[in-house]
Design a protein around this ligand. Structure first.
Ligand SMILES: *[C@@H]1O[C@H](CO)[C@@H](O)[C@H](O)[C@H]1NC(C)=O
Ligand SMILES: *[C@@H]1O[C@H](CO)[C@@H](O)[C@H](O)[C@H]1NC(C)=O
Ligand SMILES: *[C@@H]1O[C@H](CO)[C@@H](O)[C@H](O)[C@H]1NC(C)=O
Ligand SMILES: *[C@@H]1O[C@H](CO)[C@@H](O)[C@H](O)[C@H]1NC(C)=O
Ligand SMILES: *[C@@H]1O[C@H](CO)[C@@H](O)[C@H](O)[C@H]1NC(C)=O
Length: 398
């Protein structure tokens, strides 16, 4: 009797806890933005905005931070509070790489910065967090930084990329650097030269050595990529901005070499339909449990979205989710969910995968949706807000 009663009490306690948790998910978000305004006079500079998700949805914490400059476009959080951002600065001169501490309320405290070549759009870390790579889109190169002391970021190396061999007027546009699961290689999708640049990482000196690149069909536009280690296999998924496709690869390794063999090339929406004129693939992310892959496509506004705050439905781009076959790496389309607005350049999952935050640049909207971890389905919005700046990137601070 006592034992039964004890179990019942424990069960009802956990039921009330979980239902309370479901309607009051707490989280902090960091959102980077470009400037926004119709004319130069009324343009609001970009920056980093902290948002708090609570009972009342999303609320801004403090002012827009300017420590990453006025055109921040990528953020990386290490652990709970070591933060890095880059100022893309578009093509108007050098960029900046900045490090900061995230305070417990989500606001940022400047630690250090360094100049980068123009137009950085991504930060990758390697060497157990001792090094960072900025992908300098506007100036066709990578920079490697020593970040062992985050207050003193030091540029160590620059790797420049050549224009297209078949048309020298088309410059290289490195969009991201992605470190493989062994930590021994980095691949760099080049949007306009249509290659993946491949480097090996010397584990002692942490220096990069370039290997022959992997070439895509002309006009593919590889933008971002994600590796997946599954058992003894490794897969790579690349999203193509121009062709609106997802390319899947088997990854194999030799001594100081990484080899890719293409397995499939599918549309970002999983269909056989031609992509909409003017649409472009954006972000590709594997869920924290490695079971699902989600992509965002910009300007393929096939869905609509009813804001939770009320008002008319708005046109929405889609987040497409695929389940991943752990043995083969094959993808099966499972859901087209509204991104909650247009131009979802970036989105991210919370650590446990139960929330998805989306930055919709078309309306300056940030949306947070619930996500069913078991099915991979993105559900209803638990927070939404419209900022005064053009949002481009959003991460959770947990
Ligand atoms: C680095 O930060 C300092 C202090 O906030 C700022 O004055 C300087 O302009 C920044 N450097 C660059 C290259 O943006
Ligand atoms: C811009 O970056 C380049 C390459 O890192 C560097 O040589 C140059 O000094 C920088 N210019 C400024 C004004 O910081
Ligand atoms: C090279 O690219 C430029 C810019 O896209 C284009 O205007 C030009 O026609 C191209 N030249 C050739 C020979 O394809
Ligand atoms: C590849 O596309 C570019 C334009 O993006 C063009 O200039 C070039 O001629 C094409 N090359 C081939 C081999 O089709
Ligand atoms: C979206 O696509 C349309 C063509 O369908 C194009 O006119 C428009 O410029 C595109 N918008 C953006 C932001 O890319």
């Amino acid at each position: 009797m006592r034992a039964t009663h004890g179990i019942f009490a424990a069960l009802s306690a956990s039921f009330s806890l979980s239902s309370a948790a479901a309607c009051s998910k707490q989280a902090l978000l960091l959102v980077s933005s470009y400037p926004f305004g119709a004319t130069p006079e009324d343009t609001i500079p970009g920056g980093v905005t902290t948002l708090k998700l609570g009972n009342k949805g999303l609320e801004q914490v403090g002012d827009i931070s300017s420590i990453c400059g006025t055109h921040p476009s990528w953020q990386t959080l290490v652990g709970t509070d070591q933060y890095y951002c880059i100022n893309e600065n578009w093509d108007t001169g050098n960029g900046t790489f900045t490090s900061a501490k995230v305070n417990t309320d989500g606001t940022l405290a400047f630690m250090g910065n360094s100049s980068t070549p123009g137009g950085p759009v991504h930060i990758a870390l390697f060497g157990e967090g001792k090094r960072a790579i900025t992908s300098n889109f506007a100036t066709s190169s990578l920079d490697v930084f020593d970040i062992e002391n985050p207050a003193q970021l030091q540029s160590l190396d620059n790797k420049a990329f050549r224009p297209r061999a078949d048309n020298q007027t088309i410059k290289s546009r490195p969009h991201q650097a992605v470190v493989d699961p062994t930590g021994g290689f980095v691949v760099v999708p080049d949007l306009s030269v249509d290659v993946l640049h491949i480097f090996s990482i010397d584990q002692t000196s942490l220096s990069l050595t370039e290997s022959p690149a992997y070439s895509f069909e002309n006009g593919t536009g590889p933008r971002h990529a994600a590796f997946l280690k599954s058992g003894d296999k490794t897969f790579l998924y690349v999203i193509a901005e121009k062709k609106n496709s997802i390319l899947g690869f088997d990854v194999s390794y030799g001594t100081n070499s990484l080899t890719l063999s293409e397995k499939f090339n599918i549309r970002t929406d999983g269909s056989d339909d031609a992509p909409r004129e003017g649409s472009s693939g954006a972000e590709i992310t594997i869920s924290p449990d490695n079971k699902f892959l989600t992509v965002s496509t910009r300007n393929e506004t096939v869905l609509s979205y009813a804001p939770v705050g009320g008002g008319a439905k708005i046109p929405s781009d889609a987040l497409h989710t695929f389940s991943i076959d752990a043995a083969t790496g094959e993808l099966t389309h499972v859901q087209a969910a509204p991104a909650g607005g247009s131009l979802p350049r970036h989105f991210s999952f919370s650590k446990d995968g139960s929330l998805v935050a989306v930055a919709c640049g078309g309306e300056n909207r940030v949306n947070v949706f619930q996500r069913d971890v078991a099915t991979g389905m993105i559900g209803k919005a638990v927070g939404e807000t419209v900022l005064t700046t053009q949002v481009n990137h959003v991460i959770f601070k947990e």
